[in-house]
Design a binder for this molecule. Structure first.
Ligand code: AMP
Length: 191
């Protein structure tokens, strides 16, 4: 089994590259952001709750997110592995993921951090927001808050995964194909 965590700031290209990894390695792609957005679209109770945080660019509370993630993993059987996109985003989510995976005899194979500067990410998000209509991508205040949330809550994950020898940093600046090739090279080294 291959289980990949993709993390990086909003706009780093996690979703785009996850699609490539999903096809290349026949994995199930779980994006917590997409799961929340689907819940919002379906007007579920979880969606309503998540919306109140997402609209401000805040993270949704850990326990809600962890429960949703576990539920999604448990829906999939007999698969080659997962790409976790946008999860974990806090140390407490990372610890919960580790113990959950251990309880079902699974573990993380690799954690890939997509790195790019804020100014580049800001441009990408604004452009993405114009195409997709995502409100959290169209407002600079919300984008800044998401970066702030990332710096405070998600950045410590780099140290966490580095300390257990699972962190790989990929330069997230360049064309989609260039970044995909960097990911492919990394995956070839790991396998
Ligand atoms: P994303 O699509 O990954 O950029 O996520 C969009 C929004 O969904 C984030 O700004 C958060 O409000 C929420 N979200 C997604 N994943 C998580 C997570 N792992 N923990 C908490 N909130 C999350």
């Amino acid at each position: 089994m291959i289980n990949i965590i993709l993390f990086g700031k909003p706009g780093a290209g996690k979703g785009t590259q996850a699609e490539f990894l999903k096809i290349a390695y026949n994995l199930v792609h779980i994006s917590t952001g997409d799961l929340f957005r689907n819940n919002i679209k379906n007007k579920s109770q979880l969606g309503l709750l998540a919306k109140s945080y997402m609209d401000k660019g805040d993270l949704v509370p850990d326990q809600i997110t962890i429960d949703m993630l576990k539920n999604e993993v448990n829906k999939n059987h007999e698969i080659k592995g997962f790409i976790f996109d946008g999860f974990p985003r806090t140390i407490s989510q990372a610890e919960a993921l580790d113990s959950f995976l251990e309880s079902i005899n699974m573990k993380i194979t690799v954690t890939i951090f997509l790195e790019a500067e804020d100014s580049i990410l800001e441009d990408r998000l604004i452009k993405r927001g114009q195409l997709s209509g995502r409100t959290d991508d169209q407002d600079l205040d919300k984008i800044c808050n998401r970066f702030k949330e990332y710096n405070i809550k998600t950045f410590p994950l780099k140290k966490y995964y580095n300390s257990i020898g699972k962190l790989h940093i990929i330069n997230g600046i360049g064309t989609i194909d260039e970044i995909r090739d960097r990911l492919s090279n990394l995956m070839n080294q790991i396998q």
